[in-house]
Design a protein around this ligand. Structure first.
Ligand code: PLP
Length: 402
């Protein structure tokens, strides 16, 4: 009988949802309050002000009781009109899903990128965007949409370079960025990078359960929303932004997740946002040392674009990555991310985001190494030893023994 409860905690090492820290779980467990009452207004004002620091913006951030997909839809329906051309860039599975949504909404998305899986191994090439915008002298393209941290591949894109490309082309298109899996793990700067709409979600770097998502806005995006003609009701920014100014929502918000959000922001700001980014960069580097020592290929082939959030591990020919994941789950009580879309069965993804620390990563890599062994994958060496050496040589105290 294998249906008993396995000992120890489950290792949820997929690239989101990430494990929810006890502090946040406790905050979420407080009693639900009247969302029109005075206590709620204080909570609303607190989270709406605090979240701006996480996005690095002075402008409104809308919080929806919805998954990230809803916030994608909100970004498009608030700013676009039927038949508008949008320039999107194929970095992976999530970029493809956002494009599919644009088609369903009656927009005309155009997909840039390299063919096959080559484009799924690199960040956005901003010069391709610049060339395409330069050719669009009639300004038919109304938005450029890119994914900052492509969760399906482990590739991060230089958003400032995309902004520069749009500016060099002197093109008025809005810049919309999905950082659903990047926010609060990978460096992100909504205002400084000139992003018009940033889309994000709760269940990754913010360490919350799934269930809330975000649109960070620019004044230009708000102006576009006043003339855009796609139908919008639940997602409409105007009512939400107006009611948010006093800390309330036009409908029932996700009260308990907002308690969790307040707690998550406290934790992130206590550690310091830049320290959070540095921790993720270091864990990502250690994880890649492990993959290289195993003699396996990393999905991302551009040195500057390795994601600090997750690492995609390619399998040698003939090895089914989903079988490795199944063995790891069955023997070590750990979930790894599957290969998505074009990469199904060809790779697995190791999440190292959110609450992850040195020992979480070491345990995770041990489970991967043992699972690869059980699957009969011939490894060149020990990734665990290589990652440990990296973590040890870059170790930093995070607490003081009294
Ligand atoms: N975009 C990216 C980059 C994602 O990683 C995800 C989910 O993993 C989504 C969009 C969709 O978000 P959700 O599943 O919360 O709707």
């Amino acid at each position: 009988n294998l249906n008993f409860h396995p000992a120890g905690r489950h290792f949820l090492q997929i690239p989101g949802p990430s494990p929810v820290p006890d502090r946040i779980l406790r905050a979420i467990s407080y009693p639900t309050i009247d969302h029109r009452g005075p206590e709620f207004g204080a909570l609303g004002r607190q989270v709406l002000a605090g979240i701006r620091a996480i996005f690095k913006t002075q402008h409104p951030v809308v919080i929806y009781p919805a998954s990230g997909t809803g916030a994608w839809e909100a970004a498009l329906t608030n700013t676009m009109s039927p038949g508008d051309a949008v320039l999107m860039y194929e970095t992976g599975h999530f970029a493809s899903l956002w494009k599919k949504m644009a088609e369903r909404l009656g927009l005309e998305p155009e997909f840039l990128g390299l063919p096959g899986i080559e484009g799924w191994r690199r960040g956005v090439q901003a010069d391709l965007i610049e060339q395409r915008l330069q050719a669009d002298s009639a300004h038919r393209i109304k938005a450029v949409c890119v994914v900052h941290n492509e969760t399906s591949t482990g590739v991060t894109t230089d958003i400032a370079a995309v902004r520069r490309a749009i500016d060099r082309a002197r093109h008025p298109a809005l810049l919309m960025v999905d950082t659903i899996s990047g926010l609060a793990s990978a460096d992100y700067r909504h205002d400084e990078w000139g992003v018009d709409v940033t889309v994000s979600g709760s269940q990754k770097g913010l360490m919350l359960p799934p269930g809330i998502s975000f649109n960070a806005l620019s004044p230009k995006a708000l102006a576009a929303s006043r003339v855009a003609r796609l139908p919008k009701a639940f997602w409409a920014w105007d009512e939400i932004v107006e009611m948010n100014s006093t800390g309330y929502w036009p409908y029932t918000p996700n009260t308990n997740l907002l308690y969790g959000l307040a707690e998550a922001m406290d934790m992130i700001l206590e550690e310091g946002l830049d320290n959070v980014f540095a921790r993720h960069l270091r864990l990502g580097a250690a994880c890649r040392q492990a993959v290289r020592a195993w003699g396996l290929e990393i999905q991302c082939v551009e040195e500057a674009c390795h994601s600090p959030v997750l690492t995609g591990v390619m399998m040698p020919a003939g090895v089914d990555a989903d079988r490795v994941r199944k063995l790891v789950y069955e023997h070590f009580n750990m979930s790894l991310g599957a290969g998505l879309g074009k990469l199904k069965g060809r790779m697995f993804r190791i999440g190292h985001l959110g609450e992850c620390n040195d020992l979480t990563l070491m345990a995770t890599l041990s489970g991967c190494e043992m699972g690869l062994g059980l699957a009969g994958v011939a490894l060149q060496g020990s990734g665990v030893v290589a990652a440990m050496a990296h973590l040890q040589s870059t170790a930093q105290a995070t607490a003081r023994y009294p």
